[in-house]
Design a protein. Structure first.
Ligand SMILES: NC(=O)c1ccc[n+]([C@@H]2O[C@H](COP(=O)([O-])OP(=O)(O)OC[C@H]3O[C@@H](n4cnc5c(N)ncnc54)[C@H](O)[C@@H]3O)[C@@H](O)[C@H]2O)c1
Length: 336
């Protein structure tokens, strides 16, 4: 299955195909210098599958984990591109999860003012969400993603077979971003995840539908000036929890908790039940004052209010402007 991303001058294919990793040359020109960026937790077999198809491939591996999504890794990739003589016509391919894609994509965005980038996401989170949309970034100053660039890939190649080596905690973490999209935009997808006896049976459909939602939203609002903010459902509080927890909770787990703060009515009950079914956290005991200061440092604040995404009926959402006082109350009460 191939979805086509088109917005203004940006055009690329999003391929979802079992076995796609074995013939990536169908979607990206490999006849040039290629830097395959990955992290130490990504099974080497995927990296080798890509490298073996490159005429002049170089591997750059950094230590796995959100702690590596920083300026140090970013500059080390740039240094390696320089050391290996990369020119403007060469390319970076990310093989890994959202951390790899965000960091490698940002390096590709900056090197020589932007070189080609191809994303091969290998976690569920990166397959259903982070690989599409062109957002690249690294963490800085204790804050999530404050430094980054919009840099769309030449292609996104999703091989669902790579999920076979992912442990269940990482799989369920990724499911959170699909639940986020379903909760805000697609009640049928939410129902599909709710009624699934086994995720394996409907994984391809979940990936396809989640990507389709993300693709359509980003096409309409590529620079995140309006509609695209819906994708931040759960992220306002989630990012603050993620920074405060310093790596003890995964990104998707923090977003899961964040969704609980920003939902009400029947939606809150359905979201909570679904998260619990996959062993995901739905509450956190981080000091609310610490979370508040984290949110106020976050880029989504404008003036005295913070705009949040709120869901009280599955499949729909509203943007709500909340004051700092209302937010402080919400953080104390665990819900808006
Ligand atoms: N750019 C965006 O639009 C966007 C959207 C959502 C999230 N994100 C970012 O994504 C990041 C989280 O991504 P993530 O959850 O993929 O984490 P991650 O990239 O850290 O990957 C999680 C772990 O899985 C390992 N791994 C990767 N593929 C594997 C495989 N197939 N089998 C076994 N292990 C594998 C990695 O080595 C790592 O240890 C966060 O930094 C978040 O900010 C970005």
């Amino acid at each position: 299955m191939v979805q086509h991303f088109h917005s203004g001058t940006i055009d690329y294919d999003i391929v979802i195909e079992h076995g796609a990793l074995k013939h990536i040359g169908d979607w990206i020109d490999l006849d040039r210098r290629i830097m395959v960026v990955t992290d130490s937790g990504v099974p080497q077999q995927y990296v080798q599958a890509v490298l073996s198809q490159c005429r002049q491939g170089t591997q750059f591996t950094f230590e796995a984990g959100e702690g590596s999504k920083n300026i140090k890794t970013f500059t080390a990739i740039l240094q390696s591109l320089i050391d290996n003589g990369f020119t403007r016509s060469d390319a970076v391919i990310a093989v890994g999860g959202g951390v790899t894609g965000d960091t490698a994509g940002f390096a590709a965005a900056c090197y020589m003012r932007g070189i080609d980038f191809c994303n091969i996401p290998t976690t569920l989170l990166s397959q259903v969400d982070s690989s599409v949309g062109g957002k690249t970034a690294v963490d800085f100053g204790g804050v999530k993603n404050p430094i980054g660039a919009f840099h769309h890939p030449q292609a996104v190649i999703i091989d669902p077979d790579t999920l076979g080596t992912l442990d269940s905690r990482l799989l369920h973490e990724g499911l959170v971003e699909a639940i986020k999209m379903a909760a805000t935009c697609d009640s049928a997808l939410f129902g599909l995840i709710e009624s699934a006896d086994s995720l394996d049976d409907c994984m391809d459909e979940i990936i396809y539908k989640a990507i389709d939602i993300k693709r359509r939203i980003v096409q309409e609002d590529p620079q995140e000036s309006g509609l695209r903010r819906v994708l931040n459902f759960g992220h306002t509080v989630g990012h603050a929890i993620e920074s405060a927890r310093e790596g003890s909770l995964l990104h998707g787990e923090c977003v899961a908790i964040g969704m609980m703060y920003m939902s009400g009515g029947s939606a809150r009950i359905r979201i909570e039940n679904l998260l619990k079914r996959y062993g995901l956290p739905t509450a956190d005991d981080t000091d609310p004052a610490l979370l508040l200061s984290g949110i106020l440092h976050d880029k989504k604040k404008s003036g005295d209010t913070v705009t949040v995404v709120y869901v009280d009926t599955i499949g729909s959402y509203s943007f709500r402007k909340v004051t700092t006082d209302e937010l402080a109350e919400c953080l104390k009460n665990g819900r808006l």
